[in-house]
Each structure stands twice: as structure tokens, then as C-alpha cells.
Design a protein around this ligand. Structure first.
Ligand code: C2E
Ligand code: CA
Ligand code: CA
Ligand code: CA
Length: 279
């Protein structure tokens, strides 16, 4: 028994070491990628369900490392948050997204809004509002053309440092969107205290919309909350015609998902817009 125990421990330590190794490899490769300009943004359309017009795009990080291959944001974002790289990463995303929006406008491509994911951590370590102010100035953008997607956690904690930045952003006219709405916490009271403009209905509610009455009821509830509080609701992860129809019939106004478009390189967006526009 003693022997097995020792083997177990050794196996456990080996696995831990391998995981640590993998994290460290990702961390150091990510540092290099960020400073060498090897990260990319892709953009996914958010679409008005009534007329399929473009409501805006969400910027999503993409990274392919020479050795590691493509690494998913769900893998490297948590590592970046742990090792302190997330501020620099999110700052790079914010500036690149603003620069891209200005470039589209310059080229006559009518993209009404760009949304950027901002880690909650950044609100505690950086002056996000000041950074946004500088970027709007630098790229000559209207504040209403920028959306920051943040998590429920940040709103629920209601920490003074984060709250004052959110209020400053709201005063500027920047839109704030609650990402993965409904997955984290049960309290809704923050919605009346904090300056939110948009709720993103999490894709876990959308996936089984055709077959699961509970998911339909929850989606309906989120859409009603949105309507009652005058917030726009964006459904995520729409993959099928049936999901699209259910959401439209429930009165959801905007949606995002592979059914409409996958995240794509900036250069591909004008083509997508030309093909998807009804006229
Ligand atoms: P998220 O913000 O909830 O982004 C939506 C995710 O759903 C994206 O995954 C997107 O590619 C994916 N998606 C879009 N349409 C569909 C669909 O129809 N079906 C399914 N199954 N998935 C769909 P992605 O790009 O892998 O990003 C994963 C997460 O990583 C994001 O979730 C976000 O939390 C985080 N992330 C991505 N880029 C950034 C960034 O620049 N900064 C920060 N802080 N986080 C980021
Ligand atoms: Ca998001
Ligand atoms: Ca989401
Ligand atoms: Ca997410």
C-alpha cells in the first residue's frame, strides 16, 4: 500500500510539473508574441435580427505560436491574468481595435461599433477610463462607437476603484456590456446602480434553445429584463436557423454567432458586409 501511495505521489508531482511546464512555456511565448507583434485580432459581427444589418463587431484575440501552434484565448487569457500580462495584452487589444475602427472609417467601411473584452483585473491595476479617453482622441472616434465587454463579477463586487472608472466611461459615452450574462451570479441589483448599456445572453442558454423549455424561459427572462431596463440584449453563440428564429420571435434584437459569421480578419469584413447586406 505504501508503495502504491508513493507511486501515486510521484505521478501526481509529475503531472503537476508537466502542467507547470506547459504554463511557463505559454507564458514566455506570450511575452515574446506581445512584444514582437505576433498577436492578431479577429472581428465577429453582431447583427440586428430584424434586418440582418451590422450592429457592430467584437474584437477577439488570436495567437499562433511557431512551436505551440494556435493557442485558444480560453487557454492563454487565464495564464495572462495570473502572470500579470493581462494589462499589457488588453491595452494592446484596445488600441488595435480603435486603430482598426478608424481605418475602416477611413476606407468608407461602415462599422458602427467595436467591442473589446476587458479583464476585470485591469480595472484594479490601470486607469482604463483615462486610456480610453486618450485613444478616442488619438483615433478621432466617438465614444459611442466603442463598447467594453466586462464580466458580471466586476459589477457585482462594486469596488469603488472599478465603479468610478465605469462611471467615468459612462460619462464619456462609452458603452458597457455585461458579458456571459446570467452565468455567474444571481444578484441583479447592480444593473440599477451601474451604467450598463448591453447584456450578452450567454451561449450556454442559446445552445439548446430549440429543445429545452428552461433555456427558452431563461432567455425570455433576460430579454424582458433588457427591455424593462432599456438595455440592448445580444445573444451569443447562434449557430442555427432555428436558434435565430426562436430568438427573433422572443424579441431579441441583436445576435452574434457562427450562423451569421465566424470571427474573421479585418481585411475580410468588407466582403462579408457586401455579401450579407440585403441590397
Ligand atoms: P467571449 O467574450 O464570451 O467571446 C465569445 C466566444 O465565443 C469567442 O471565443 C467566439 O469565437 C466564440 N463564438 C462566437 N460565435 C460562436 C458560436 O456560434 N458558437 C460557439 N460555440 N462559439 C462561438 P474565443 O475567441 O475563443 O474567446 C474565448 C474567450 O476568451 C472570450 O469569451 C473572452 O472571454 C476571452 N477573450 C478573447 N479575446 C480577449 C481579449 O482581447 N481580452 C480578454 N480579456 N479576453 C479575451
Ligand atoms: Ca465577449
Ligand atoms: Ca460571452
Ligand atoms: Ca466567456
Amino acid at each position: 500500500a505504501k508503495r502504491t501511495g508513493r507511486n501515486c505521489t510521484r505521478y501526481f508531482l509529475q503531472t503537476m510539473n508537466q502542467e507547470l511546464d506547459e504554463r511557463l512555456r505559454i507564458e514566455s511565448a506570450l511575452r515574446v508574441a506581445l512584444s514582437a507583434g505576433h498577436l492578431q485580432l479577429h472581428f465577429q459581427p453582431k447583427v440586428h435580427l430584424q434586418n440582418l444589418q451590422l450592429a457592430g463587431v467584437e474584437a477577439l484575440l488570436r495567437w499562433t505560436d511557431a512551436q505551440l501552434g494556435p493557442v485558444a484565448p480560453d487557454v492563454f487569457i487565464p495564464i495572462a491574468e495570473e502572470c500579470g500580462l493581462i494589462n499589457a495584452l488588453d491595452a494592446w487589444v484596445l488600441e488595435s481595435a480603435c486603430r482598426q475602427l478608424a481605418a475602416w472609417h477611413e476606407a468608407g467601411v461602415a462599422v458602427p461599433n467595436v467591442a473589446v473584452n476587458v479583464s476585470a483585473l485591469r480595472f484594479f491595476q490601470d486607469d482604463v477610463a483615462a486610456h480610453v479617453g486618450q485613444l478616442l482622441e488619438r483615433y478621432q472616434l466617438a465614444a459611442s462607437q466603442l463598447t467594453l465587454e466586462i464580466t458580471e463579477r466586476l459589477l457585482l463586487d462594486n469596488a469603488p476603484q472599478a465603479r468610478s472608472q465605469l462611471q467615468a466611461l459612462d460619462v464619456m459615452g462609452v458603452r458597457l456590456s455585461v458579458d456571459d450574462f446570467g452565468t455567474g451570479y444571481s444578484s441583479l441589483s447592480y444593473l440599477k446602480q451601474l451604467p450598463v448599456s448591453e447584456l450578452k445572453l450567454d451561449k450556454s442558454f442559446v445552445r439548446d434553445l430549440e429543445t429545452d423549455a428552461d433555456d427558452r424561459a431563461l432567455s425570455q427572462a433576460v430579454i424582458s429584463i433588457g427591455r424593462a431596463l432599456n438595455l440592448s440584449v445580444v445573444a451569443e453563440g447562434v449557430e442555427t436557423t432555428a436558434q435565430y428564429h426562436v430568438l427573433r420571435d422572443l424579441g431579441c434584437e441583436v445576435a452574434q454567432g457562427y450562423f451569421f459569421a465566424r470571427p474573421m480578419a479585418a481585411a475580410d469584413l468588407p466582403n462579408w458586409m457586401a455579401q450579407s447586406s440585403p441590397d
